[in-house]
Ligand binder design. Structure first.
Ligand code: 5AD
Ligand code: FES
Length: 368
């Protein structure tokens, strides 16, 4: 093995140069990176895999991100919003099947009506599920008062991917208007954390114009803002988006896939006690993509529990998996996939990020 990679892997914290070297590691060196990540994972997290039932409850979106298939300008998408009853039923399904937690995800809408609706849903879901159930929101940038209100009504985790921590690149993959401001996104993450949520973020790997140096900075960004959860997947071009034009500049899909696994491995070593999701996008490149992520670094799996008929309209990228399946089909598939990855499904556990629990303990010690 390259002595430099060997030396780097003796530490648990990496400089930017170390990260860059690890991201460039060749195939045989990468095995050692994965080995180390597996050791950290098994020491810190064990083989438990937490389930989050993913409810993609609406594809209405006010934004127009250049990479995303449900951006406002895509007129070929049939827009939908699940009824309150359908959402509650999906949450009930997750609860009855001992998933331990759900994620409510939607396109980004910022209105009084939307705020009220999510608030109402949270209260109802909390009533059904009691307190030992995780409710994650992934509903984009909102006002501080909205984040607080939703937290008070029962949401305890919030996912907001930064997508890239490089302002210049951020501006290349988003329109330049008041809805897509880099600083506001960072500020949102700060507010989410201050509100008391377990905070999750992440990036896409292999974006057009993205460099290894950008990705190294992204990893350091996540470490610096002290995240509890992380969701990272490869960028996958979607035919009906502006970035599709740049498809010839991209890394091959398998290289994006390998690079994503390396990023997850580095994050597991550097941020040992956070929750890391095995993202669905990994599976659209490699049939065993999510299993591979679990073997190396991830400890969270998000089976899709959106009613089947809506799924084709939540097409963030081409070849998104689980479109033709039903919640029950995804459930049996999930258990099989986790077993295949030598994981143990943690049925009935909310699966708070250990990092968050450690963070809270430290805070309480300071208060005492
Ligand atoms: N490829 C991969 N991931 C995508 N997302 C949106 N569009 C794409 C794409 N083309 C991801 C974004 C967003 C999450 C919900 O889906 O990172 O935060
Ligand atoms: Fe949906 Fe496998 S998890 S089909």
């Amino acid at each position: 093995m390259n002595t430099s990679i060997k030396n780097i892997l003796q530490n648990n914290d990496f400089s930017k140069d170390d990260i860059i070297e690890l991201l460039y590691a060749n195939q045989s060196e990468t095995k050692f990176l994965y080995q180390k990540a597996k050791e950290v994972k098994s020491g810190q997290i064990g083989d438990k895999v937490y389930l989050r039932g993913l409810i993609e409850f609406s594809n209405l979106c006010a934004k127009d991100c250049f990479y995303c298939g449900i951006g406002k300008s895509n007129k070929n998408v049939q827009r939908y919003s699940l009824s309150d009853r359908e959402i509650i039923q999906a949450a009930q399904f997750a609860f009855d099947e001992h998933y331990g937690s759900i994620v409510l995800q939607s396109g980004e809408v910022k209105s009084r009506e939307f705020e009220n609706r999510v608030d109402r849903l949270l209260k109802q879901i909390r009533k059904i599920t009691g307190n030992n159930f995780g409710i994650t929101l992934s509903c984009g940038e909102q006002n501080e008062s909205t984040y607080s209100r939703w937290f008070e009504s029962g949401a305890n985790r919030y996912l907001l991917r930064i997508e890239t921590s490089n302002k210049e690149l951020y501006n290349k993959i988003h329109p330049h208007d008041f809805l897509h401001i880099f600083e506001k996104r960072i500020e949102s993450l700060r507010v989410i954390k201050k509100t008391g949520y377990q905070v999750g973020t992440g990036i896409m790997v292999g974006l057009p114009g993205q460099t290894i140096s950008h990705i190294a900075d992204d990893i350091l960004f996540m470490k610096a803002i002290d995240i509890d959860m992380c969701g990272i997947g490869p960028y996958i071009e979607h035919k009906e988006t502006p970035l599709f034009e740049q498809r010839n500049t991209l890394m091959p899909l398998n290289a994006r896939f390998e690079l994503t696994l390396k990023v997850l491995a580095i994050i597991r070593i550097m941020m040992k006690d956070i929750n890391i999701a095995a993202s669905t996008a990994l599976q659209s490149i490699d049939k065993l993509g999510r299993e591979k992520a679990i073997q190396i670094a991830a400890n969270v799996f998000m089976p899709n529990i959106t009613p089947q008929s809506y799924r084709k309209n939540y097409n963030l990228y081409d070849n998104k998996p689980c479109i033709a399946e039903s919640p029950v089909e995804c459930q049996s598939c999930t258990v099989a996939r986790i077993n295949l990855a030598n994981g143990k499904v943690a049925f009935g556990e909310a699966g708070d990020a250990k990092h968050y629990l450690h963070r809270m303990n430290r805070r309480n010690e300071i208060l005492i």
